[in-house]
Design a protein around this ligand. Structure first.
Ligand SMILES: Cc1ncc(COP(=O)(O)O)c(C=O)c1O
Ligand SMILES: N[C@@H](CCCC[NH3+])C(=O)O
Length: 443
């Protein structure tokens, strides 16, 4: 397993993260446990901030909280000077409860409810990323009703659909997100928005996908957004102050992944903005980005305890851990690959190839196929790296399995940031209707 950030093998042969021995973390918090390397999260935040400062352009780096949204993470993003992207009342509530400055919050989503829009207007957030005509009209009406004027960006689909290893320059009309540039709806949206009295149109937003390794897709998106911006300037005399280029910067999960440095992504984008807008715009627009995965992904490690195993001679050996698709649905959803190691016997030589299964009643509940490990025993500790993004965030209670705790580790100190769910939490929202509760078998 590749050792990210502060992860290392200590002299006892144990995996150590943030100066904390994972054996001790298991004793204190139990497993499964999400361990977040705080220094690495901060380092990633700083890499973004420094790369943008170096570009000389005005900017905002908004952490895409969907990747991992808990109050401690909101605080950390705030401390590092980032803004915050939220996509639901739940994420907005988390941010506000954590004391995140509302003016640095951007609200995304393709189906924000009237209640969500009202909550965000009342909180006086910094910007709404408007996705469609229904929302545009609704936001104008709600803002007018409250006597507010709100900042907006229009989400556009620039006709660049980026995949991990390829991009296709067409087909974006068929996307649930945003106003299409190609079919004229983006232009119409700019016209409408710029005439809406309670909306202050700051600019455009474009997000081309996630876990992207090549810069060409981002550059192409900048070029198309710039060409559209120039068209808008000529025809409507509207000049955008802000161009938001979304997130999507890829990270290393396994040796198959070859991400660029944060500084390389940022340079490619800012250079593209400089060359695409130069001359045509009175001053270069402010550039916003929304990285999620690349801020928290490689800072996360999940620690499991090995339970049962099943050997099928000549076929494979399954080794089951005390978590699985409930704490990491990505292998089941996307066939994502992960690396793992025995955290309690990190120096032992590999002896067998095993496949790591979860504990759910699903054949697809597999975390890692064909992992080389020392001879595995019940009670061993398995660490899976790079689980910081879209793991806790997408965790579920399937099979009524409790969601794990999350700890931040740094400088030899561990701090709980999310408590492990209790059995009482599992039934907390259940209600037994009176007529059923009356039946004699009920306690
Ligand atoms: C609009 C928007 N912004 C930002 C992100 C964050 O993307 P990532 O975690 O790949 O950086 C996403 C998710 O893909 C998104 O949909
Ligand atoms: N949840 C996805 C990424 C979606 C990003 C949000 N638009 C993942 O785990 O990779």
């Amino acid at each position: 397993m590749y050792l990210h950030g502060t992860s290392k093998i200590n002299p006892k042969g144990h995996l150590e993260i943030g100066g904390c021995d994972t054996i001790e973390l298991k004793q204190t918090y139990g497993t499964p446990l999400y361990i977040m390397d705080e220094a690495l999260i901060r380092q990633r935040c700083r890499e973004y901030m420094e790369a943008f400062r170096a570009s000389g352009l005005p900017f905002q780096v908004a952490y895409a909280s969907k990747a991992f949204c808990v109050m401690a993470m909101c605080r950390l993003a705030e401390e590092e000077g980032l803004s915050l992207d939220v996509v639901s009342e739940g994420e907005l509530y988390t941010a506000l409860e954590a004391g995140f400055p509302a003016q640095r919050i951007h609200f995304h989503g393709n189906n924000k409810t009237p209640e969500e829009l009202e909550m965000a207007i009342e909180a006086n957030i910094g910007c709404f990323v408007v996705d469609n005509f229904v929302e545009l009209a609704m936001l104008q009406a709600l803002a007018a009703e409250k006597g507010a004027t709100v900042n907006i960006l229009l989400r556009v689909t620039p006709g660049v659909e980026a995949h991990t290893h390829e991009y296709i320059s067409t087909g974006q009309t068929d996307s649930k997100f945003g106003f299409d540039i190609g079919n004229g709806s983006a232009f119409e949206a700019v016209e409408q928005a710029s005439q809406s009295l309670n909306l202050r149109l700051l600019g455009l937003h474009s997000h081309i996908g996630s876990q992207i390794f090549e810069v060409e897709g981002f550059q192409m998106a900048v070029e198309r957004v710039a060409a559209f911006s120039l068209q808008v300037k000529e025809k409507l005399n509207v000049i955008f102050k802000v161009i938001n280029l979304g997130g999507g910067f890829g990270i290393r999960y396994t040796a198959e992944d070859a991400p660029l440095q944060v500084s390389e992504y940022v340079k490619a984008i800012t250079d593209a903005v400089k060359s695409s807008f130069a001359g045509a715009y009175p001053q270069l627009p402010e550039i916003w980005v929304e990285p999620g995965r690349s801020i928290v992904g490689d800072a996360g490690t999940t620690l499991y305890t090995v339970g049962t195993s099943k050997n099928i001679p000549g076929v494979r050996k399954y080794v089951a851990v005390d978590g699985g698709m409930t704490d990491n649905p990505r292998p089941a959803l996307y066939e994502s690959k992960y690396e793992g190691m025995l955290a309690n016997r990190a120096l032992d030589a590999a002896e067998e190839t095993v496949s790591i299964a979860g504990k759910c009643c699903e054949s697809g509940d597999m975390l890692i196929w064909d992992l080389e490990l020392p001879k595995v025993n019940s009670g061993d500790l398995l660490a899976v790296s790079c689980t910081g993004a879209y793991n806790y965030a997408m965790a579920s209670n399937y099979n009524r399995i409790r969601r794990p705790a999350v700890v931040f580790v740094q400088n030899g100190q561990s701090d709980l940031v999310v408590k492990r769910e209790t059995l009482q939490d599992i039934t907390a929202c259940d209600v037994i209707p009176e007529r059923i509760a009356k039946q004699p078998s009920y306690k």
